[in-house]
Design a protein around this ligand. Structure first.
Ligand code: H2P
Length: 806
C-alpha cells in the first residue's frame, strides 16, 4: 500500500500538529502526538473508507449492545500494512510509537466475551472484504473501572470520553434519525387499509458516530456506527408533527434533555429496579430503531423495491438485546412502506438471523408487557400480533399441548420472551460452539428445534489472530514467519505446518525464550501495579474472564488454598513454583461474585506474605481487567484455566487466545474446549471433571449431595472450613456466603464434585512442566493447531451459511 511517503508524512504531521495545537512536536505530550497521528491517518484512509461505503454487494449489519474494541492505533497500523514504516518514521522524529499506543484510551464498551467477539468479527469482516458493519451505542460511560480497596471491588465510573470525543470517531449529524417513545397509537382507515398513527410520542434523536474498521492489507474499510442520544434538532420539526410538544417551561425542557441524554449514558444500567429496567429497554429499542432506519435510508438511495430488501441486506441479532429488530423491521415495512403483514413477515425472516450466546437463564431476557406497552405502544401491538399468529400455527400443529406451546410463545406470564421473538422472526439460529448448539437443540430450545430444525446451526467462535497473536506477541509472530513464511497471516490453517518442528530442539528452545521474555514483561507490570515481585521462572497460571459462579474462579481459589496447605505440611514438596494470576470484574449487583474477589485477594495477602512459601507460591489479582491488559497477560501464560461447569460456558474465547500463544489448557470438556481437544487430543491439554451428560443428569434427576462429599473428604473439608474458621483473615461475611453456596445450597456449579479431579489435573500440569522440552513441544502443537480458531474461519461460515443465504 502506498499510503505513506516519508517526506510527505513528516510534513503533514508537523502541519497537523500546528493546526490542532499550535505547538511543535518537541513541546507536545503523548496524547497530542497521538491525536495528531490519528488525524493524519484518518485523512489518508478517507478515500478507501468512502470507496468501501459504496456497496454493490449484500451488506451485513451486526447489531450488538456491546463492542469491546481495544485500542485501535497499533491494530489499524498493522492492518494498513504500515506499522513498521510508521514506527521508523516516528523514531526519526524522536517519537516513540509505544508511548502513543499506551496513551490511547481502551474503550470499555462491553463486558466480556460477547463484546470482544463482536470486535473480532468486525476485524474479520473487513479483512475478508465482506461488507459488514456494526451497530451499537456510544455510551458516555463504559463498563465501570474496577478499583480494589482492601480486597473489595469498588466501581468507579468509566469516563472514557474525557476529551469529549474519541479520536477514531467521525460524527455524522446529517445522518441522524428520530426514535419514538411512549404516546398512543391509533389505527385509522386509509384507502381500505388500517394505518397506524403514532401520537404524543417523545422523540429522541439518534446521532451516528462512525469508527473505521480497517481490513488487513486489503484496502477495505467497514464502519462501526455507534449512536448517541440527543434532543432533536430544529430541522426535524416537520416530522415531529405528532409528537408531544409541550416542552415550553424551563423545567420541562430540562427534563426532556435528561430523558434523551440518559439513553446513551451508561452501558448496562443497574436493572435491579423498574427505572433501570425501563432504561435498558429504551436503550435496546433506541439501537434497533436507529439502526434499521439507517439501513432503510441507505437502501432506498440505490434501490426502489423495498420488497427485495432481503437480497441486499442481512441483519444479525447478536444475543437477545437487539431482538426488537423483529417488530421494528415489521413496523417500518408495514407503517412506512405500506406492505401487508404476510409480505413483511416473510421479508423479516429472510433478513434477520440470531445468535444465542448463553444458556444461563438469567441472561435470557424477558420484558414485562406493561413496560413495553407503555414505552413502545406500536411495537407491542406488533409483538402481540406475531404471538397471536404463531400460537394459532402451533395450535394447528400441536393441538392443545399447552406446555409445549407455553414454552414457545412470545408472550407468556405477562412477559415478552426475547429469545423466542428472535427465533420466530429469523431464518437462522446459531449457537457458538458444538456442545452449546447441541444443548440448544436438545434441551433449551428443543421445541423450536423440533418445529423448525432447518433454522438451527453451529458457528464455533473465533478470535482475530491479528490482534491476539501478531500484535500482542510480535516475537512469536516473527518466529513463525521465519519458520513457515508469512502466508499463515492470511490463512491461519497454515500454522499447521509448524508441527514439523515439534522435535526440533532449537525451535522449542526459541519458543521457551519468547515465553520467558513475555513473562518478564508481565512481571514488570505486576510489580508496578501490585507492588509484588514475581518469580519469572514460576509457572504462570492464569484465569481471566468475567467473574461468575459457573466460570468457577472459586474452584481455582480453593485449589490454591489446597496447595498452600500441602506446602505448609511438606515444605520440601516436589513442585514447580507457581504464580496464579486472576483478572475479573463482577457485575455490580452480583454479591457472590464480589465475595469471590474478596476471597482471592485475602488469600493473596496471606500467601504472598508467608515467607515459608515465598519461593513456591504467589497469587496476583490484577485490577481493572480489560482488553489492553489481556494483550499483555495472554502471551505470558503457561497454563490456561478453562474450568467452567460443563454445559454452562457456551464457547469461551480466551481459551482460543491462550492456545494460539502456546499456553497449555487445563479444562473441563465444555464449550469450545471440546473443539480444542478435537484438534490436539489428550496428550496436549489436561482434562478433568464431569462430562456434559453427567451434569445434565444431575440437573434433571438430582443425586448430588455436596454435604456428603464435604463430610467424607478430608481435602474438601479442609478448604471449605477455611472459609469460615478464620484461617483466611477478613472474610467473615464473604466466607460464610461462599460456604453456604457450597454446602447449604448444595453447590449448584459442582465445584466440590469436580474438586479432587481438579487437584489431580493440576498435579499433572506440575509434572508435565518439569519436563521443559516436552512442555515446549506441547506448546508448539497447540500453536500449530490453533488456526481453525481464527475468527476469519468463523466469519466465512456466517457469510456462506447465514448471511448470503436467502
Ligand atoms: C458469552 C459466553 C461465552 C462466549 C461469548 C461469545 C456470553 O461471553 O458466556 O461462552 O464465548 O459470549 O460468544 P462472556 O461470558 O465472556 O460474557
Amino acid at each position: 500500500m502506498t499510503l505513506i511517503n516519508k517526506k510527505e508524512f513528516k510534513l503533514e504531521f508537523r502541519n497537523q500538529m500546528d493546526f490542532l495545537y499550535k505547538q511543535t512536536i518537541e513541546e507536545a505530550n503523548s496524547e497530542q502526538l497521538l491525536n495528531t497521528l490519528v488525524t493524519v491517518l484518518k485523512c489518508k484512509i478517507d478515500n478507501i473508507w468512502k470507496e468501501s461505503r459504496l456497496d454493490k454487494e449484500k451488506e451485513v449489519y451486526y447489531f450488538c449492545i456491546e463492542f469491546l474494541l481495544g485500542r485501535q492505533l497499533e491494530s489499524n497500523l498493522l492492518n494498513l500494512g504500515v506499522l513498521e514504516d510508521i514506527k521508523l518514521i516516528l523514531k526519526e522524529m524522536d517519537i516513540n510509537l509505544e508511548d502513543l499506543v499506551n496513551a490511547e484510551v481502551d474503550p470499555a464498551l462491553g463486558n466480556g466475551g460477547l463484546g470482544r467477539l463482536a470486535a473480532c468479527f468486525l476485524d474479520s469482516m473487513a479483512s475478508l472484504s465482506i461488507s459488514g458493519h456494526g451497530y451499537g451505542i456510544r455510551y458516555e460511560y463504559g463498563l465501570f473501572e474496577q478499583k480494589l480497596v482492601n480486597g473489595h471491588q469498588v466501581e468507579v465510573p468509566d469516563n472514557w470520553l474525557k476529551e469529549e470525543s474519541y479520536i477514531w470517531e467521525t460524527v455524522r449529524p446529517n445522518k441522524a434519525s428520530i426514535v419514538k417513545f411512549g404516546g398512543q397509537v391509533d389505527l385509522v382507515e386509509k384507502n381500505g387499509k388500517l394505518k397506524a398513527i403514532h401520537k404524543n410520542y417523545i422523540p429522541v434523536m439518534a446521532v451516528p458516530y462512525d469508527i473505521p474498521i480497517i481490513g488487513y492489507k486489503n484496502e477495505y474499510i467497514n464502519t462501526l456506527r455507534l449512536f448517541k442520544s440527543d434532543v432533536p434538532r430544529k430541522d426535524f420539526e416537520p416530522i415531529l408533527k405528532e409528537s408531544k410538544n409541550s416542552y415550553g417551561s424551563y423545567h420541562d425542557a430540562l427534563q426532556y434533555r435528561y430523558y434523551a441524554d440518559e439513553i446513551s449514558q451508561v452501558l448496562y444500567p443497574n436493572d435491579s429496579n423498574d427505572a433501570g429496567k425501563i432504561l435498558r429497554l429504551k436503550q435496546e429499542y433506541f439501537l434497533v430503531s436507529a439502526g434499521i432506519q439507517d439501513i432503510f435510508r441507505k437502501y432506498k438511495k440505490n434501490n426502489r423495491d423495498i420488497g427485495k430488501i432481503y437480497e441486499k441486506i442481512s441483519i444479525h441479532i447478536n444475543d437477545t438485546h437487539p431482538s426488537l429488530c423483529v417488530p421494528e423491521l415489521m413496523r417500518l415495512l408495514m407503517d412506512e412502506e405500506e406492505l401487508g403483514w404476510d409480505e413483511a413477515w416473510e421479508i423479516t425472516k429472510r433478513v434477520i438471523s440470531y445468535t444465542n450466546h448463553t444458556i444461563m437463564a438469567e441472561a435470557m431476557e424477558r420484558w414485562n408487557i406493561q413496560m413495553i406497552k407503555e414505552l413502545l405502544p406500536r411495537i407491542y401491538m406488533i409483538i402481540e400480533e406475531i404471538n397471536k399468529r404463531y400460537i394459532r400455527k402451533l395450535n394447528n400443529k400441536y393441538g392443545n399441548d399447552f406446555d409445549k406451546i407455553g414454552t414457545m410463545a412470545v408472550i407468556s406470564a405477562d412477559n415478552v420472551n426475547m429469545a423466542n421473538l428472535s427465533i420466530i422472526g429469523s431464518h437462522s439460529v446459531n449457537g457458538v460452539a458444538k456442545l452449546h448448539t447441541e444443548i440448544l437443540k436438545k434441551e433449551v430450545l428443543k421445541n423450536f428445534y423440533e418445529d423448525e430444525p432447518f433454522k438451527f446451526n453451529n458457528k464455533t467462535n473465533g478470535i482475530a489472530h491479528r490482534r491476539w497473536l501478531m500484535l500482542s506477541n510480535p516475537r512469536l509472530s516473527k518466529l513463525i514467519n521465519e519458520l513457515i513464511g508469512e502466508s499463515w497471516q492470511k490463512d491461519t490453517l497454515e500454522l499447521k505446518s509448524l508441527e514439523k518442528y515439534q522435535d526440533d530442539s532449537r525451535v522449542l528452545q526459541e519458543l521457551e525464550l519468547i515465553k520467558q521474555e513475555n513473562k518478564r514483561n508481565l512481571s514488570k507490570i505486576i510489580t508496578q501495579k501490585n507492588e509484588i515481585n514475581i518469580n519469572e521462572n514460576s509457572i504462570f497460571d492464569v484465569q481471566i474472564k468475567r467473574l461468575h459462579a459457573y466460570k468457577r474462579q472459586l474452584m481455582n481459589a480453593l485449589h490454591i488454598l489446597h496447595m498452600y496447605h500441602e506446602l505448609l505440611d511438606n515444605p520440601n514438596l516436589n513442585m514447580e513454583p507457581r504464580t496464579f494470576i486472576f483478572g475479573a470484574k463482577a457485575a455490580p449487583g452480583y454479591y457472590f461474585a464480589k465475595c469471590v474477589i474478596k476471597l482471592i485477594n485475602e488469600l493473596a495477602q496471606k500467601i504472598n506474605n508467608d515467607v515459608r512459601v515465598k519461593d513456591k507460591l504467589r497469587v496476583v489479582f490484577l485490577e481493572n481487567y480489560g482488553v489492553s491488559l489481556a494483550e499483555k497477560i495472554i502471551p505470558a501464560t503457561n497454563v490456561s484455566e478453562q474450568i467452567s461447569t460443563t454445559t454452562k460456558e457456551a464457547s469461551g474465547t480466551s481459551n482460543m487466545k491462550f492456545m494460539m500463544n502456546g499456553a497449555i489448557t487445563i479444562a473441563t470438556l465444555d464449550g469450545a474446549n471440546i473443539e480444542i481437544h478435537d484438534q490436539i487430543g489428550d496428550e496436549n491439554m489436561v482434562l478433568f471433571g464431569l462430562k456434559a451428560n453427567q451434569v445434565l443428569e444431575y440437573s434433571k434427576f438430582g443425586g448430588y449431595s455436596s454435604a456428603d462429599l464435604y463430610s467424607n473428604n478430608f481435602y474438601i473439608k479442609r478448604v471449605v472450613d477455611d472459609l469460615v474458621n478464620g484461617f483466611i483473615p477478613n472474610i467473615l461475611e464473604e466466607g460464610r456466603e461462599i460456604y453456604n453456596s457450597l454446602i447449604t445450597y448444595n453447590d449448584e456449579f459442582f465445584v466440590l464434585r469436580d474438586f479432587e479431579n481438579y487437584i489431580e489435573a493440576q498435579k499433572k500440569i506440575n509434572d508435565l512442566y518439569m519436563d521443559k522440552n516436552h512442555w515446549n513441544k506441547m506448546a508448539l502443537i497447540n500453536i500449530a493447531n490453533s488456526g481453525i480458531f481464527s475468527s476469519d474461519r468463523t466469519i466465512k461460515e456466517y457469510a456462506n451459511e447465514i448471511w448470503y443465504k436467502r
